[in-house]
Design a protein around this ligand. Structure first.
Ligand SMILES: [Zn+2]
Ligand SMILES: [Zn+2]
Length: 158
């Protein structure tokens, strides 16, 4: 099944690398404003994890993911973590970490974030609602802090 759709990988990646901005979010701790975008891991055919220290996102393409990661289209389970390289900040991507404010580095609440995520989303008036957790099909990239396909020993996908 993986092989039949592999030809789309280049297109998917080009789309993923485009600079995006869905709106501005705010930190409930220090009131900092920041740019962000949401990634739908189903459309993107990826799964993800957050850095426990800085909240950066690791996005892993599902088609080139080692089988033992196991979690498609949502946040990784714990056993996927040992195959991910550390974050550029020196922290680890863990199964229970979430995004953090880029200024004060405090963890952001998925419930508080619902207020600005739903206000900024074009689909809200048509019934879209934020998932209200950091584990579901959407992940958030704040200030373009994202690494891709960073598993240990993997050759970099093109
Ligand atoms: Zn980090
Ligand atoms: Zn803050």
């Amino acid at each position: 099944m993986k092989q039949t759709t592999r030809r789309c990988a280049k297109y998917r990646r080009a789309r993923l690398l485009m600079s995006r901005k869905d709106g501005r979010g705010s930190c409930e701790h220090c009131a900092a404003l920041f740019d962000y975008y949401l990634v739908h891991n189903g459309f993107n055919e990826s799964s993800y994890a957050y850095c426990e220290r800085c909240g950066r996102v690791a996005l892993v393409d599902w088609w080139s993911m080692p089988d033992e990661v196991g979690e498609a289209f949502r946040r990784h389970a714990a056993d996927g973590m040992r195959i991910l390289q550390p974050c550029p900040c020196g922290g680890r991507f863990t199964a229970d970490a979430g995004p953090r404010c880029p200024r004060c580095v405090a963890p952001l609440s998925p419930l508080v974030a619902a207020e600005w995520l739903e206000r900024n989303a074009a689909g809200t008036s048509r019934g879209w609602g934020w998932q209200r957790d950091w584990t579901g099909i959407y992940c958030i990239v704040i200030e373009d802090r994202v690494v891709r396909d960073n598993w240990i020993g993997a050759k970099r996908a093109v």
